[in-house]
Design a protein around this ligand. Sequence first.
Ligand code: ADP
Ligand code: MG
Length: 255
Amino acid sequence: MTAPQSKPQDGQAIRLEAVSKSYGDYQVLKNIDAEVKRGEVVVICGPSGSGKSTLIRTVNRLEEINSGAIEFEGQNIHAKMRASELNRLRSRIGFVFQSFNLFPHLSVLENVSMSPIKIKGVPASVAREKALKLLDRVGLADKANAFPAQLSGGQQQRVAIARALAMEPPVMLFDEPTSALDPEMVGEVLAVMKSLAAEGMTMLCVTHEMNFARDVADRIWFIDAGEILETATPEDFFKNPRHPRAQRFLSDLRH
Ligand code: ADP
Ligand code: MG
């Protein structure tokens, strides 16, 4: 017997069922079935243009889908709903982009405390205190009053992570969070992500940082041309990729 759609299976955070999406005639996601368990770290990897960003953006409905279903804690993200309801759902899914997308006219502290105040109605003093703790956690307590333009890319991205965490989301999505950074700043952002993972955060990450994938991921999804061709533990994926396209992807990376 299969469980009814509205009832999440034990320990399940995100479930994609037969998800397809096209841009016009071009099918970018093909019948994707996948799930992320609570506390799991999943790394999505695959060639450029394979549909990784599109896939992750469907999970908080930044992209619509043409068919299938996506459940987040048992709720169908793509069901018909009012904008206010969608916003409430979205506020429970942290998203960190390649481009940091901080508000340039707001201080670091204001960037981090704004959503809890505006969306959750948290009192400003409480939100600011929480924001300071989060900034401390990402190593930026001393930058609370700085503006984004005064920070390095790595620092801005750490603020963006703190800003997402301020909403206390049970799940965090990352789309190539280190790809726009100078190499010397990649490590500081990955270290923050690693600590989040160690604390049990459920994470779905698109990244080309294969050392991060190897060390931190519980599972890897390999996607090519809009299909998940392989899901495996990092150990299996890196040592023993089964799909020929995964084998080629890894050998291209090594050369
Ligand atoms: P990835 O993140 O793996 O590099 P994307 O999900 O960004 O891949 O894109 C997958 C494919 O969909 C690419 O061929 C891209 O050109 C195409 N695509 C992405 N966004 C759009 C869009 N808004 N309109 C049309 N095609 C798009
Ligand atoms: Mg992408």
